[in-house]
Design a protein around this ligand. Sequence first.
Ligand code: NDP
Length: 282
Amino acid sequence: MPQNIDGKAISAQIKEELKEKVADLKISRGISICLAVIQVGSDPASSVYVGNKKKACAYIGIDSRSYELPEETTQEELLQLIDKLNNEEEVNGILVQLPLPAQIDEDVVIRAIDPRKDVDGFHPQSVGALCIGQPGFVSCTPAGIIQLLKRSGIEIAGRECVIIGRSNIVGKPMALLILRENATVTIAHSRTENLREVTRRADILIVATGKPKMITREYVKEGAVVIDVGIHRNEAGKLCGDVDYEDVAPVCSAITPVPGGVGPMTIAMLMNNCVEAGIAGR
Ligand code: NDP
């Protein structure tokens, strides 16, 4: 059987480390960290994500402030709130839960967040900094995948890595991060020709297509490491990823399960970004 890349255990380990760090910052330097979480409307999935983020904050010792705005909130009202939070010294991180209702332009909202408080790492300044190798916040899911690989003892440098997906929040920052770790990187997408030939080159295959169980063993080189970013719920309420786990697991050397792989890492890395924001802000 392949090595199970245990995101649940690794994220718990990171949260423990952060909890100690936050307690130490409070005692030794009098620093408290505060995350402001804004949700517009009451999309049930968003409410679950926001609830989980608040729970993680409470566990680690980060103060969280919650702003629950009605569905009909205007862009101007949201921008005013962001401006207020940008100027509040005690707020270290600002997170606007996406997606936003149709009347609000997400790009405008992301750009309005002070890059020093951009704990999601979505601001163009954060993305630009990542691109040219300067310090800045990194999108949490790709940052979590790097931690998964490193903490599972998987060598990255010099290896062939193929990422399927080129979204701004997963595929592109993933490619930049893994390049920073000295992998040789290919980004595949829906217009890639001969996808199987491309993916079969990968020592590390990272799948973020948003297509349930799309990746079967025909796409995977024997002995590859497979990271599944996807998360879907089928009609029976069971979770699955973009990779057909049962089919692929026997041919790879290591694989992330869904649930319990990449998913738990996103919040752990968000908490890490909040702690970094808190330290940088003093
Ligand atoms: P997007 O829909 O924004 O991007 C999907 C990407 O996959 C696109 O670049 C698209 O190509 C490519 N793609 C789609 N179909 C194919 C195909 N048949 N062959 C090759 N490439 C294809 O998704 P996200 O990046 O936002 O998310 C990807 C997955 O990860 C989703 O399942 C999402 O739920 C999950 N996710 C999980 C998170 C977690 O915390 N675990 C966090 C974020 C996302 P093109 O650009 O050409 O359209």
